[in-house]
Design a protein around this ligand. Structure first.
Ligand code: SF4
Length: 693
């Protein structure tokens, strides 16, 4: 019997926890957290611990499939890899010939290491149209903080902080492997905790200040914080004077967000708002953690992230130890989303200018089109037809807003291939389905949000026959269509990525990680922030060059007691969707028995008083109704919410075709009104009612 222990990185969510895999005779027989990993420190969640169940699951896709039935019917026949790739390659070339390269869209669900390979493929092929979940998970934060301050807000230094502000963020379930160790350390060492969240998360319940904000009104609250801080001269005057642009305009804009007005908008007592703002501004250093979904799934997503960046900046908390730091990956230009891989680098200017949405939404000059815009292109040929989808590990049918429209779009597509571990409602619509290798079965490099470290993901076992690494699938496709300039082997592509640190992948495997020391206040050394003016743009002139409004704007959610009072009479509860469940990652893993046991059904968190008035009780199945229809959901009495606000998880289905449309929340979400910069849609502040079944 041969045995070995492989030190690698889990990738069943973005935390990428360090793990030790026990391998016996080419099979994984054990997994545990790596205590020496500098970020996760031995932590593993139930998903990572279930890796053997995932890899050796009887329903895992193990053969390439070609659809023989109707779309969605689930009838496929097994084919060879050669046949499957030939079909895709032929269709790629035919589509480009007939409709133009831009009518081919590629996409992924969550990042999982694929952007460098997909982006380069797309750029060389000639299409600028890529879809992902970015618009509702982090992309607006990345864009807004980059344009405002040339850095990212996503790396709060909780461990060294004296004040931790979690805004719409619950690190217990969201990126736990990245944040929890440092957050607990900071709190243990006495940091104050402020949580802004309509939902009483475990962190909210133990916070020094918990602001139970009305969903969708955060920008008004942030501007009120800024107003209080400026009025009371609690801002960092030195920093503001030397390093910011547009302070007077910010002061004027924020002055409209008085305590009384914002108290009315947000349903928060004025004294609580003021106390939290003063604690944040006067307890230094302070680290601000924005929630990826919490901040991004609304029609204010750009200004939400932008005003949070401004808040961190004017209080002197940008790029300081214990504040919002800016670790630089040693592989920066070749990091996961590094500039060396951007589509723009390999595509022609003419083709890039065709990116869907980029003329209408200023933010989409920088970000990919949102899926909602792609559905319009498929269904209405607006601005031109989209005919071909190549999808990697993504389940838009279940995971994206207004899944009824998503289904129509998938039905109308001319061709689709999907690469995944298991069948999903999305793979069942595909013409070709390819079985993906698991993270234990592939080599990779991880540096995104890894605090200045680069980690090696080492293949521990050969893939279950005939699963294949997604990167190799793209390399094979590139060869078939004669894509000049693409890598010829996986080794070549991994070596290319590591070139900046002077190692080949084989050499990197031996050391496992590469790190740079943390630097603070790097803008002082450089003499500038990475913005056009070299300063943090509070209300910057340079925004005008990008057709952006220099002044932050608060927009009332499109459905709300204020903006649609008549609808509120019919639908008297506010619905937030997208609550994370630790056992699942978005819509994935519903068919894994140990995980399913933890969270068998979709549950609607609702206040016990509201249950009483509706005559429903804990565990009862009800209809949740919005103006777009109804779904079935189970009541979970939850006292830590406003009686007028209910919370549902997202992405629910049962891992098979057993009536997911009856219970998936996106059957009743909307993809209509959009953020004017990023085109994000509102899934966090909708109106609903509960009906007995
Ligand atoms: S949090 Fe869980 S799923 Fe995510 S990387 Fe860590 S162990 Fe894996």
């Amino acid at each position: 019997m041969s045995t070995k222990t492989v030190r690698t990185i889990c990738f069943d969510c973005h935390s990428r926890c360090g793990v030790l895999l026990e391998v016996e005779d080419g099979k994984i027989v054990g997994v545990k957290g790596d205590k020496d990993h500098p970020i996760s420190h031995g932590y593993m969640c139930p998903k990572g611990r279930a890796c053997m169940e995932i890899i050796y699951h009887p329903e895992r896709l193990t053969k390439p499939l070609i659809r023989v039935g109707e779309k969605g019917e689930g009838k496929f026949e097994e084919v060879s890899w050669d046949k499957a790739l030939d079909v895709i390659a032929k269709k790629l070339l035919e589509t480009r010939e007939k409709w133009g390269a831009e009518s081919v869209v590629m996409g992924q669900g969550t990042t999982r290491g694929m952007p460098p390979w997909i982006y380069r493929f797309m750029g060389l092929f000639g299409t600028p149209n890529f879809i992902s979940a970015g618009h509702m998970s982090g992309a607006p934060i990345a864009l807004a903080s980059a344009l405002t301050a040339g850095c990212s807000l996503a790396d709060p230094d909780y461990a060294n902080s004296k004040c931790i502000l979690l805004w719409a963020h619950n690190p217990k379930n969201s990126y736990p492997g990245i944040y929890n160790y440092f957050l607990r350390k900071g709190l243990k060492e006495g940091a104050k905790l402020i949580v802004v969240d309509p939902r009483g998360t475990s962190y909210a319940r133990k916070a020094d200040h918990w602001l139970q904000v009305r969903p969708g009104t955060d920008v008004a609250l942030i501007l009120c914080f800024i107003n209080i801080i400026i009025e009371n001269e609690l801002y960092d005057k030195d920093f503001v004077e030397k390093w910011t642009e547009g302070f007077d305009q910010l002061k004027e804009c924020a002055s409209e967000f008085t305590l009384d007005r914002v108290s009315e908008i947000t349903w928060l007592p004025p004294e609580e708002i003021k106390a939290a703002a003063v604690t944040y501004a006067t307890t230094k250093p302070a680290a601000l953690g924005p929630g990826m979904g919490g901040c991004c799934q609304n029609i204010n997503s750009f200004d939400f992230a932008r005003t949070l960046t401004i808040l961190a900046a004017i209080t002197g908390n940008l790029d300081v130890k214990g504040g919002n730091v800016n670790p630089v990956a040693p592989t920066l230009r070749r990091s996961c989303y590094g500039s060396d891989y951007s589509i723009e680098r390999t595509i022609t200017k003419e083709q890039f200018s065709k990116k869907i949405g980029s003329k209408k939404y200023a933010g989409l000059k920088f970000l990919p089109p949102t899926p909602e815009l792609i559905w319009d292109a498929i269904l209405k040929e607006d601005p031109y037809p989209v005919k071909f989808f190549g999808l990697f590990g993504t389940n838009p049918m279940v995971a994206y807003a207004n899944s009824k429209q998503v289904k129509k779009a998938f039905k109308a597509l001319e061709f689709q291939f999907s690469v995944d571990y298991f069948h999903t409602p999305t793979t069942r619509m595909a013409d070709v389905v390819l079985p993906a290798a698991h993270w234990t079965e592939r080599d990779d490099i991880e540096d995104l949000m890894m605090k200045g470290h680069v980690f090696c993901q080492i293949k521990a076992v050969e893939p279950v026959p005939e699963c294949r690494c997604e990167k190799e699938i793209l390399i094979d496709l590139a060869k078939r269509i004669g894509l000049e300039g693409y890598w010829k082997t996986l080794k070549e592509s991994l070596d290319y990525r590591l070139e900046p640190i002077g190692m080949t992948f084989e050499e990197f495997k031996k050391v496992g990680k590469y790190s740079l020391p943390m630097e603070y206040k790097s803008y002082e050394k450089r003499g500038k922030f990475y913005t056009p003016s070299g300063k943090v743009g509070l209300c910057p002139k340079y925004f005008e060059e990008w057709n952006l409004n220099p002044i932050p704007v608060y927009r009332e959610p499109p459905e709300s007691p204020v903006s649609s009072p008549d609808l509120w009479k019919e639908y008297p509860l506010i619905l937030t969707t997208g609550r994370r469940i630790l056992s699942y990652y978005h819509s994935s893993l519903r068919n894994i028995p140990s995980l399913r046991k933890n969270a068998p059904d979709p549950e609607l968190e609702i206040h016990p008083d509201t249950c009483k008035s509706l005559g429903v009780k804990d565990g009862e199945w009800v209809h949740l109704v919005t103006p777009r229809g109804k779904v079935e959901i189970k009541i979970k009495e939850f006292e830590h919410t406003n009686p007028k606000v209910v919370h549902s998880p997202h992405g629910f289905w049962y891992g098979r075709e057993d009536g997911w449309e009856k219970l998936n929340i996106n059957q009743i979400t909307d993809n209509g009104p959009k953020d004017p910069v990023t085109a994000s849609v509102s899934t966090k502040a909708l109106l609903c009612r509960v009906e007995k079944m």
